[in-house]
Design a protein around this ligand. Structure first.
Ligand code: FES
Length: 258
């Protein structure tokens, strides 16, 4: 169901230090995509740099638009190239890729959406599409982004490492400080955060889906940099290697080792 497209950039802006927001006009990708999926974005010198997997922040089916919010990871990187593109420029993208979050798992339940760092953006489309009671907990190093947009879709809580906004500390500190709870958790962020959430959910017996997208490199099954161990829940507890970009990035927390 995935497609490679040459797509036009509709807008691009820097929304925080090193964080860029880009809207892209697509042919088919917007109509196929679900929250938690990603696209691979190709650099101009495709032979030198691998495509970059970037998660979808928003999907507008009617207008066939997708939005990506991404971090520029350094000089000479693919993401730096993307940040230099402006309205009217073209980019090759492949998608939608990955499995996405299972919306039906939250039906009639109180959901908690947790994002950390560059795991924050995919939570926005999920917050929009989840038609259930929800609390949103986002963690930032210092500068917040997308905060105002999140406020439209649920009770919004923030943690910052430097204490400049919300609870000082990480998302787990914000959950404890505000006495938050839920019946189902969806989370995306760095591995230490996901590890803490996985443990919290398992202790409290909460169904929890985690997106381990941070581990991805090529995003298209070519580099094997994303392999992780998983426990198949078929009653036999077999250990399998899974490619995050093909089998994930979203997994049931009890299924994977992180
Ligand atoms: Fe390269 Fe998964 S990211 S194989």
């Amino acid at each position: 169901n995935k497609r490679k497209e040459s797509a036009m950039i509709v807008s691009q802006e820097c929304i925080a230090a090193d964080i860029y927001s880009m809207w892209i006009q697509t042919e088919k990708i917007a109509s196929l995509a679900v929250p938690g999926q990603f696209i691979s974005m190709y650099t101009k010198d495709g032979s030198k740099l691998l495509p970059r997997p970037i998660s979808l922040c928003e999907i507008n089916r009617e207008k066939k638009l997708i939005r990506v919010v991404y971090r520029v990871t350094g000089e000479g990187t693919g993401t730096e190239q993307f940040s230099e593109l402006t309205k009217g420029d073209w980019i090759d993208i492949l998608g939608p890729l990955g499995n996405g979050f299972p919306l039906e798992a939250a039906k009639g339940k109180k959901a908690m959406l947790i994002g950390g760092g560059i795991g924050v953006p995919p939570m926005l489309e999920l917050a929009k599409q989840l038609d259930t009671k929800k609390v949103l907990v986002m963690g930032y190093r210092d500068e917040q982004f997308l905060a105002e947009e999140f406020c439209e879709y649920g009770d919004f809580y923030v943690a910052t490492e430097d204490g400049s906004a919300g609870t000082k500390g990480n998302v787990m500190d914000a959950i404890a400080a505000n006495g938050l709870d839920a019946e189902v958790i969806f989370a995306c962020g760095p591995a230490p955060m996901l590890r803490a959430i996985k443990q919290y959910a398992e202790e409290k017996n909460i169904v929890c889906y985690i997106s381990t997208e941070e581990r991805m490199a090529c995003g298209i099954g070519a580099c094997l940099a994303c392999v992780c161990q998983s426990k198949e829940v078929d009653g036999h507890s077999h250990v399998h290697n899974k490619r995050v970009c093909k089998d994930g990035p979203v997994f049931l927390s009890t299924e994977v080792e992180i």
